[in-house]
Design a protein around this ligand. Structure first.
Ligand code: PMT
Length: 230
């Protein structure tokens, strides 16, 4: 691990999917590969920050100089994020967190039955990690950057999330576009952030996730009000 320069903030990043067990062999999840979040972690470390990556299950090597904490469920990611965020200067929520989990995961494998063609699962809401980080008391609250994965009305839904979750900045990506977003090496985004005049925005055209990560990290660091000690 590289020694952290004292001037750089501690950056905490969530990445990848979460997995919510249905029974011992099945789970609910999504197509996040972790590539976007890992690129952000690599870039923040390259820019001299101390970086902690809270990662869902992915097949990626840990970026050089980054501390990685592996989790599986949204509840575990929530616990790690809320432990680390009060001591961080910048928190970036790039993970595709499952909004719901099974009300109770079955202890044994759910069996197919002959008497019904349907199976009903009861799901309960998971905690909203980034909203809870945003709601930390002012003296413990890092600068908070969220992501928004949208398939329509990207700017409108992203601005709604920026406000509803109390974020400082949001990176909106249109995940319906072929070759961009989930799983691919490329992405495009609309950056929205709070400014003196309301909400400002900047468009980032399709490009490798590594390049987009550099733009996002530079932009977020430039918006930090002051660097809190980490
Ligand atoms: O991993 P890749 O394959 O590289 O793909 C990258 C990506 C498409 C997953 C990434 O760019 C992205 O968009 N990540 C956010 C995905 C998502 O779940 O978006 P959302 O609009 O549902 O959530 C909005 C924000 O709330 C996100 O910052 C998310 O991390 C956060 N959230 C959501 C639910 C929850 N329970 N807790 C959260 O913190």
């Amino acid at each position: 691990k590289l020694p952290a320069p004292t001037s750089a903030p501690h950056v905490v990043i969530t990445a990848g999917p979460t997995r919510e067990a249905l029974d011992p062999v099945r789970y609910l999840s999504n197509h996040s590969s972790g590539k976007m979040g890992y690129a952000l972690a690599a870039e923040a470390a390259a820019q001299g920050a101390r970086v902690t990556l809270i990662s869902g299950p992915v097949n990626l090597p840990t970026p050089h100089g980054v501390e990685r904490i592996d989790v599986e469920t949204a509840a575990q990611m929530h616990h790690e994020a809320l432990t680390l965020a009060p001591h961080a200067g910048l928190f970036i929520g790039c993970a595709a967190v499952a909004d719901y989990r099974a009300a109770s995961a079955a202890e044994h494998k759910i069996k197919k039955t002959d008497d019904s063609d349907t199976l009903t699962l009861t799901l309960v809401k998971n905690p909203d990690i980034i909203a809870d980080v945003s709601a930390l008391p002012t003296d413990q609250r890092p600068f908070v950057v969220g992501f928004a994965a949208e398939t329509q009305d990207v700017a409108r839904y992203a601005e709604d999330k920026l406000t509803r979750k109390g974020l400082d900045m949001i990176v909106a990506n249109d995940v319906s576009q072929q070759g961009l977003g989930f799983g691919s090496d490329n992405n495009a985004a609309l950056l929205l952030w709070r400014s003196a005049t309301g909400t400002s925005q900047r468009e980032a055209p399709p490009q490798p996730k590594t390049q987009l990560a550099a733009l996002i990290i530079r932009h977020a660091l430039s918006l930090l009000p002051s660097q809190r000690p980490s």
